[in-house]
Design a protein around this ligand. Sequence first.
Ligand code: XMP
Length: 578
Amino acid sequence: MNPNPQIVVLDAGGQYCHLIARKVRDLGVYAEVRASETPASELAAARGIIISGGPNSVYDAGSPTVDRAIFAQPHAVLGICYGQQLMAYLLGGQVRKGDKGEYGLATLELDDTCDPLFAGLAGRQQVWMSHRDTVYGLPEGFSAVGRTATCAIAAVAAPDRRLYAVQFHPEVVHTTRGKEILSNFIFRVCGCCKDWDPRQRIPLIEQEIRDCVGGRNVFFFVSGGVDSSVAFALCGRALGVDRVRGVYVDTGLMRAGETDFVGRLPGVSVESAQEQFLTALAGVTEPEQKRHIIGEEFVRVQERIIDGRRLVDEHWILGQGTIYPDTIESGGTRNAALIKTHHNRVAGIQRLIECGRIVEPLKSLYKDEVREVGRELGLPSELLDRHPFPGPGLAIRCLCSEFDAPVRETPEGWVVPVHSVGVQGDSRSYAPILALDRLDHASATELINRLTEVNRVVALVAAKSPLSRLQVLACSLTPDRLARLRAADATVRRLSHDSGFDRQVWQFPVILIPLGTPEHPDSVVLRPVDSVDGMTAQSVAMPAALLEQISQELLAQPGIAAVFYDLTHKPPATIEWE
Ligand code: XMP
């Protein structure tokens, strides 16, 4: 179905492979992700291979590797981060194992080489680093052409062998000239021609839908998110709307107004399952357990609906909004992928796939390509430009605690024993937060780099009592607390929409944490972030007047003791708290 990929990205773990493939496609060249160990013989037709970054060390047992014959084939190879270390290691160079690592922005000094990869890029530029190990001895034929203050070998080239590597990440936006490096690689080094525009694939996708569905009808689970909505619309266009039906499962973990919004979409009906989800989650405090339970309950509802509607008879086939990253089996440990595995690849659905009863029109597209397709189809921006919302819903924004625990004063601020998830060099952390009494992004960044005890820094912006009097109170995921979060989220959404602030941010999670007093047991955390793809994100400052208005309205709500503002970028914190 797809053109032969001119560029293949070998997945060395983590999510970087998809970011790279997406960036290559943005440049108009079709790229696919393959497992790192793919035999060289299967890659021979590609014009270029990119080995992605990943969390491992080349010295770890079982860490991803590549078929070293790829280095002797005529195509060019670019190693990125772990890809650079792996290339150096496999070709006889030396890699030093690091304990601490280098995460974040750095200044790259690039030599004035006549090498096509770095054409027009000589001099100083900002790059983004995320690594522990470094290359310190180069294989034969390689020379170092770029360095940073802490990494002597940050860009290497062996032009005669068409092999290149960089320690930084050209695929992330913080590497200001990363796009030019990728463009140089695919066009100047590999000689690719432009062959990719997702909008031009719409007629092809519609034909694929008709071929796959035949004379049957299509049934969808829609979530109100971009993917399932676009897939649903494509099937409606390809087959006619009366042959396509959608069901939206109300898990009780949705935001205020969401069920009404999705229920109004043409051809969609609502299945109520609030009680089922909330009963299964009663008393649960641990984040991973929440995610697991939600996945399992979702499977049950899906199977019930599928069985009830006799979807497995010869008249029906299931449609899904599965997108490209969800279809790749990779070695990475990705939470979002795990959740989506629950939803899109559960046992009942796996059976349908096996007997050809699934249609997945978006399975070769990335999210931004899905949006482009949706725009081309004329879907409203109200639907296409919605902020992302996680599958497990408000459950992972409503933090719980097994114990009562006091906050602790330190020279830097207050350590609050509410644990949240973070990410560093692609590994997960789970640690308490530090609360400051001032909105100060610069100190937050400095503190988070220096302190090891915490992985997130928040500022107190409004409170009914002083911080020293607040404490963490044991609680779980109850309907009352979910209602409290839903009300706070609705307030923040309304005010940020009315002021236009929601259009300046990529996503704006609102989190409930069990920090307060017996009378007002919870606090709200505001987490507006800017991002391009969710892989990295920056905490965004908000206009003072809007913050004041939000804080006042939130403090007026029952049960809310204080309002905080998350000052932490990703990394080291994640966007969602759990
Ligand atoms: P994190 O928290 O990992 O989030 O920085 C990155 C992006 O992914 C979304 N997210 C999820 N989406 N199911 C989803 O469909 C999930 O389990 C999930 N967890 C995080 C998050 O909202 C952000 O946009």
